[in-house]
Each structure stands twice: as structure tokens, then as C-alpha cells.
Write a protein of this length. Structure first.
Length: 321
């Protein structure tokens, strides 16, 4: 029996070391693509460690239980904060922001319009918008819902981005060097919400594909620079497709000092990609709404046809004077 127990212990130790190694990747700030991909596997690591803990207990390998329990505890301290809400449900619902990646303009325009109306959206950030998609959204009567827009739709390209608003809107983009690290438009606007100015920047960071991870990392760093440039008491929102998750150190550095709406809402394992037309199920959140000096009232997401990204939305309360 002892040789068998040794093999069981070795198996447990091997699985533990593999899971810990993959989990530890979240602290490596690197542009190596294999590591960037591994950094999205955090939820699977937590699930795997929990399963290993149960298996170790059932097999009565008590001396292996301690290191497995320690690893589970570390994973829990990382994962659990995202399951507890810190929203203010009773606060006034002053501003609702929604972001959608239209996937080269292929997203179903009527479903986008339905989502906008269902959540009474005030500001919509639409990335990967083409002229055909813009026209289709107008035909779905979003042109009547929103009174202003900024940005540009671009033909046969993923680089078009537009911001729609029900409130008066002023575009202040103007050749910002922050946008030099992505070919996509990232319009910056000031939205007048009942007399309070909210500065919003649309986001579409390059995907960390082979050969493009340096630009991906630089794009996230540039957005952190934009965040640091904002001063005073003006509320700010970063909204769109960050192509990065909580598992990436560069995203966590960008998120610092801001509220990620879905984490603030305690929604746990949020998955916005890939939702459709993929062999794998959705497993990672790469679309985000980050804010400062706004109170998150509620947040959520919507799945629609035609795009592999989930639509994300959040309701905010303005600072009271």
C-alpha cells in the first residue's frame, strides 16, 4: 500500500504545482503571449484547487492537505472580493453607460437597440462600428433615442468607434498621444449630465496577438497615463474593450484608483468573451467600465447575436453637491 500512497501523493503534488504555477502567472508583467493567455485562466485555477482540496480530503492524504489548503486560501483572497457587492442601490440613477463591441459591425442592430431601451442607456460606446452598422443602428431607431454622437465609423475595419449620448456631448479627443498605441479610435468626450460634466473615454486596446503584445501592453499603460492626467473633482469613465482581464498586471495597474462596475456590483466570475461562434465557452471578462468619482448603483451584461463580446452596462449616481 505504501508505494501506492506515494504515487497518490506524487499525483497530488504534481497537480498542485501545476495549478500554483499557472496561478502565479498573474504576477508576471510580461509581453510573452503564452503567459498572457495563461493569465486569463485564474478562475479555472481556483476551481481546480478547490477540486484538489476535496480529492485530497477524500483520499485521506492528510499531510498533503496543508499545502493544498494554503493554495486554496490564497486563491480565495484573490477571487472572493469580486463576489461581494459595494454598490449603492438606493442612490439616484443619474447616468447609464453601455459598451458594445460590434465585431466588425456584425452585431444584431435590433438587439443592440433593445438592450439600450431596456436599460434606458444614456451613453453608448460602440467599438468596431462600420458605416453599415451605423446605418443599421439608426434604422433601429437609435438615431431617435440618442441626440448626439462623436467618433467615426470606418468601412471593413475593426478601428471604428462611436459614442452616442442622450445628453449634450462635447468631443475633446484631439490627437492625444495616449491613442498612439492602437489603430482603433478612442474618442474622448465630456457629457453634460444635468449640469455635471462627466469625462468619458472610449477604449479599444489591441488584442494581445502574436507580434502585437508590446502594443497591447503599451495601450494599457497609456490609458493609465490618461487616468493620472485627470485632476480635480470631475467624474471620469473608461468604457469599452480593454482586451485584458483581472489576471493581467497591466490591467490591474490601470484599474487602480477606479471602480470596475461589475466587480463593484459583486457579480463574481463575469465572462464577456467569447460568447458566440467559438468552440470554447465564455470564460474571461475583457470588456470593462471603469469610473472615478461616481457611485455604482447597478451593473450587468447582455448577450446578443452577431458579436463574440457581451454588452456591458452600469448605472451611476453623480456626486452630490
Amino acid at each position: 500500500m505504501r508505494p501506492r500512497r506515494r504515487w497518490v501523493d506524487l499525483g497530488i503534488a504534481t497537480v498542485l504545482l501545476v495549478l500554483v504555477a499557472v496561478g502565479a502567472a498573474r504576477w508576471l508583467d510580461t509581453t510573452a503571449q503564452p503567459v498572457i493567455v495563461l493569465q486569463t485562466a485564474g478562475p479555472f485555477v481556483a476551481i481546480g484547487l478547490l477540486g484538489l482540496l476535496v480529492a485530497t480530503a477524500l483520499l485521506r492524504r492528510w499531510w498533503m492537505l496543508l499545502p493544498v489548503t494554503v493554495a486554496v486560501a490564497v486563491a480565495a483572497t484573490i477571487a472572493l472580493p469580486g463576489w461581494f457587492a459595494h454598490t449603492s442601490p438606493q442612490a439616484p440613477r443619474d447616468l447609464t453607460v453601455m459598451a458594445v463591441n460590434l465585431s466588425f459591425g456584425q452585431a444584431d442592430p435590433d438587439q443592440v437597440a433593445d438592450a439600450v431601451r431596456a436599460h434606458s442607456v444614456d451613453v453608448l460606446v460602440a467599438t468596431e462600428i462600420t458605416p453599415e452598422a451605423e446605418s443599421a443602428l439608426d434604422q433601429s431607431r437609435l438615431g431617435e433615442w440618442f441626440i448626439e454622437r462623436a467618433g467615426e465609423a470606418r468601412p471593413e475595419s475593426f478601428t471604428g468607434t462611436m459614442v452616442y449620448s442622450r445628453f449634450p456631448l462635447t468631443e475633446v479627443t484631439g490627437g492625444d498621444p495616449v491613442d498612439a498605441h492602437t489603430p482603433s479610435l478612442q474618442p474622448e468626450v465630456v457629457v453634460d449630465v444635468s449640469g455635471t460634466s462627466v469625462r468619458l473615454k472610449a477604449v479599444h486596446v489591441m488584442a494581445p496577438l502574436a507580434g502585437e503584445t508590446e502594443q497591447w501592453r503599451a495601450g494599457l499603460g497609456a490609458l493609465a497615463t490618461w487616468r493620472d492626467r485627470q485632476s480635480g473633482d470631475q467624474p471620469t469613465v473608461l468604457a469599452g474593450d480593454f482586451n485584458a482581464s483581472q489576471g493581467h498586471p497591466a490591467f490591474r495597474a490601470l484599474e487602480a484608483g477606479q471602480d470596475d462596475a461589475h466587480r463593484t456590483a459583486g457579480l463574481g466570475w463575469v465572462r464577456t468573451w467569447p460568447l458566440v461562434d467559438h468552440r470554447m465557452p465564455p470564460y474571461v471578462q475583457i470588456d470593462h467600465l471603469l469610473s472615478r468619482k461616481l457611485t455604482v448603483v447597478e451593473a450587468g451584461q447582455v448577450a446578443i447575436h452577431g458579436t463574440d463580446h457581451g454588452i456591458i452596462w452600469a448605472v451611476y449616481s453623480l456626486p452630490r453637491r
